[in-house]
Design a protein around this ligand. Sequence first.
Ligand code: A3P
Length: 290
Amino acid sequence: MARLDVIEMFHGISFSGHLHTQESLQSALKFPFQDTDILIASYPKSGTTWMQQMVTLISSRGDPHLNQTVPNWARAPWLEQYYFAKALEASSIRPRVITTHLSYQLLGPALQGSKAKVIYVSRNPKDVVVSYYHFHKIANFLPEPGTFQEFLNQFLEGTLHFGSWFDHIKGWTSHTASVDNLLHITYEEMSSDPHGAVKRVSSFIQCPLVENEVNNCVHYSNFSSMKDNKMVNYTLVPGEIMDHSKGSFMRKGETGDWKSMFTEEQNQYFESIFKSKMQDSTLESKSHRN
Ligand code: A3P
């Protein structure tokens, strides 16, 4: 299944045909969640892989064996991707860890009535767009990004793959009441206080750890460990799918990198769109945009 140039349109949102089919997207919406499932939800480039690493390390009580021998997409497969059912069946990790980039607007009905624990990871959207831009340059299953200005316009219009960042974050975070078990954690929190983040996640998934185990989770999920771990740095993906000569998945791992890319004008434009799109949301203080 290469389909590198194929784009699947689903509910008005574009998805890469390399990883998604109409059938895989349809079956995600009907997935029978179990109450014990852990679902990591995020907009792309928000720290998804980092959270996959953290959660699977916590489940292993800080033992890195699994994280050094099984790729992240097999440990915590993406619900909407075509290989999901097989990967989930093959995985021995309990509780099951599932990942999704789908919006709450799409996945909400499948989650209704389930007590699956949802961890929503968000990141400063300015850093998201910069990271996504660089990722488009190396991922041959994504369209050519064009100039950064063109890419930024598409991000703000919500026409990139996986749709609007604004709809995504508002959808997931405004339903905390109906999705009973939802933990919202930011990339910035994980970055500034990794011990605190591991403790929050471990207590949320009801897997309390002793200090030494917390330290191991922090160590094996830090940027340099993950950059060197081929089970999580995507170097296992063949060059025709991800062109590793053009950059790495584990690119910088920083907060505030947008400043190296945005002009003052782009920043002001971004701020004005952010204000108008987020005026019906209470999230302003949570998303660190500096
Ligand atoms: P950058 O491109 O800014 O470096 P996702 O997994 O959602 O696709 O997000 C990828 C982004 O998270 C990349 O951002 C990547 O470097 C960063 N990342 C992954 N693991 C990280 C870690 N342990 N610490 C900090 N950043 C990490």
